[in-house]
Design a protein around this ligand. Structure first.
Ligand SMILES: Nc1ncnc2c1ncn2[C@@H]1O[C@H](COP(=O)(O)OP(=O)(O)OP(=O)(O)O)[C@@H](O)[C@H]1O
Ligand SMILES: [Mg+2]
Length: 314
């Protein structure tokens, strides 16, 4: 194993022990991609505090059904009181055009363009290293997709190591994916729905010691097969691709991979290495995350001219 690989593994272990903070690295923005997507600006800082909700689901013996309708799912899955962090869960922000929302709308259009060429429904969101914005992108992508009338979206937290999506959405982490993979909960127990219509969420579930083996045990495939027909999009969040193998395992069950690269942080070689983990998989795009607002020429141009016009009209 190379020294860099060992160092990354160590970093991942440290990340599990403490919520590590990212250090800056060499700027990289040159991943090969079949489709490029816009750069995401750095929005307001994430709130550190988790705000647990009260989905209150999933008691009793699991009942694994072969197929069910959307109405059954609506009736049986838990309606929770999510308390999303409005600073980073952009479409829960009362401000309609919060910074970053337009980039997510553009990303959505790119995905629909891609869908014209390939059958893409289940998308794995990943990146090379920790703290590059995978969960941020996965959650906001799910939200922007569900904003279109009648669309149904399932967001799955596939990071069974250091899951944080439930905190960002302000809900509980369990029961969730790990419980399902262990055969201890059924589909209805692990799915939550919150205040946004047609957005469903499977949290990470209980803490487990062998996530890679669980992901590969066949039950995730079964889950996706059972629910796939009910949703227009399924977005799967993942751990970083270089230090651990979970993301490449998860990609086996998805139609495409969306790669997040952190501006001024992800080293070029590491991003390349992450790309190699998904050889043979459809790369649906690359998101350049965390650019400074001043880096975004087109956004600045747009905002400035828009503001000028608004001033002239006033
Ligand atoms: N564009 C952005 N604007 C504002 N905050 C962001 C942005 N991207 C990420 N963040 C914040 O940075 C932190 C790390 O992001 P996130 O949790 O999405 O990274 P990650 O790649 O999923 O990390 P991990 O590998 O640990 O799961 C979070 O607090 C998140 O809210
Ligand atoms: Mg994450």
């Amino acid at each position: 194993m190379s020294r860099i690989h060992e160092a990354l593994k160590r970093a991942e272990q440290e990340r599990a022990a403490s919520q590590g903070t990212r250090t800056d690295g060499t700027p990289v923005m040159d991943l090969p991609a079949t489709e490029s997507v816009p750069a995401m600006p750095e929005t307001a800082q994430a709130s550190k505090a988790a705000a647990p909700g009260t989905p209150g689901n999933g008691q009793g013996t699991p009942s694994f059904t072969t197929s069910f309708t959307f109405d059954t799912l609506l009736a049986r899955c838990a309606q929770g009181e999510w308390k999303p962090d409005e600073k980073t869960m952009l479409f829960f922000n009362p401000e309609e055009n919060a910074l970053g929302t337009e980039q997510f709308r553009t990303l959505r259009s790119r995905l629909y363009q891609m869908r014209e060429k390939a059958s893409v429904k289940k998308i794995l969101v990943t990146s090379a290293l920790p703290q590059e914005g995978k969960s941020f992108v996965a959650a906001n992508l799910a939200q922007v997709l569900v904003r279109q009338h009648g669309r149904r979206v399932l967001l799955i937290d596939g990071d069974l190591r250091v899951a944080r999506l439930h905190s960002a959405l302000g809900t509980t982490s369990s029961p969730g994916l790990a419980d399902y993979l262990m055969g201890e909960s059924d589909e209805f127990s692990i799915m939550q729905r919150g205040p946004m219509e047609n957005l469903f969420f499977v949290p990470c579930g209980r803490t487990v010691t062998h996530p890679a083996e669980l992901i590969a045990n066949g039950r995730l495939k079964m889950l996706l097969q059972r629910v796939e027909q009910l949703f227009d999009w399924i977005i799967v969040d993942s751990p970083p691709a270089v230090p651990v193998s979970d993301a490449s395992q998860l990609a086996n069950f998805c139609d495409g991979v969306l790669m997040v690269v952190r501006s001024n942080a992800t080293p070029y070689d590491t991003a390349q290495k992450a790309r190699q983990e998904f050889q043979g998989k459809l790369l649906v795009g690359v998101v350049l995350n965390g650019i400074m607002r001043s880096d975004s020429y087109y956004s600045r141009y747009y905002y400035e001219s828009y503001e000028k016009t608004a001033r002239q009209k006033a």
